[in-house]
Design a protein around this ligand. Structure first.
Ligand SMILES: [Mg+2]
Length: 170
């Protein structure tokens, strides 16, 4: 059964640092493009979900500029134009978005808080001096938690590749 999957544009599919114009777009972010490509190859419908085409935020002329630029970008990157929308459609089964805070359905629990709890358990089980939870407690925003977890994950993978333990410091 084909799925309908939405990918945010700025900071998800394409790099973004600062606003430079409706038709100024960043470079493709390789890993996320590969993921979108995999959905397309599986027969899923992939949408670009971006506020660049939000009628509440932008004039029709500016939206037209954005649509033209994103369609060209899609043609370059995917070899095809993908549908672009700023609306959350009922048929979407998943969103990839750098700003999303994922929630466990019907539980009132975020994936992030669950991660905290898991890291806590890991810490108490392993009892390391440099602890995962210490790492998380030392950062405040979701973005810095993600960055810290990412860094730790990269260190663990590098350590494993070098024949060490996953928790070893680099
Ligand atoms: Mg974004």
């Amino acid at each position: 059964m084909p799925k309908h999957i939405a990918f945010d544009f700025d900071k998800t599919l394409a790099t973004y640092n600062k606003w430079e114009g409706h038709d100024v777009l960043g470079d493709a972010i390789y890993d996320m493009v590969v993921l979108a490509r995999r959905h397309l190859d599986a027969g899923d419908a992939v949408y670009i979900f971006t506020a660049r085409v939000s009628e509440r935020d932008h004039s029709p002329a500016d939206i037209a500029k954005a649509v033209g630029a994103i369609e060209d970008w899609c043609e370059d990157v995917f070899g095809q134009v993908l549908p672009i929308t700023a609306c959350k459609l009922t048929r979407f089964s998943a969103f990839y978005d750098d700003r999303a805070v994922q929630v466990i359905p019907n539980q009132g629990v975020t994936v992030e808080s669950l991660l905290h709890r898991i890291l806590n358990v890991i810490h108490h089980d392993v009892g390391q001096t440099t602890t995962a939870i210490g790492l998380v407690e030392s950062v405040e925003s979701a973005e810095s938690i993600h960055a810290a977890l990412w860094e730790r994950c990269m260190r663990a993978e590098a350590s494993l590749a070098a024949g060490g333990q996953p928790h070893a410091k680099a």
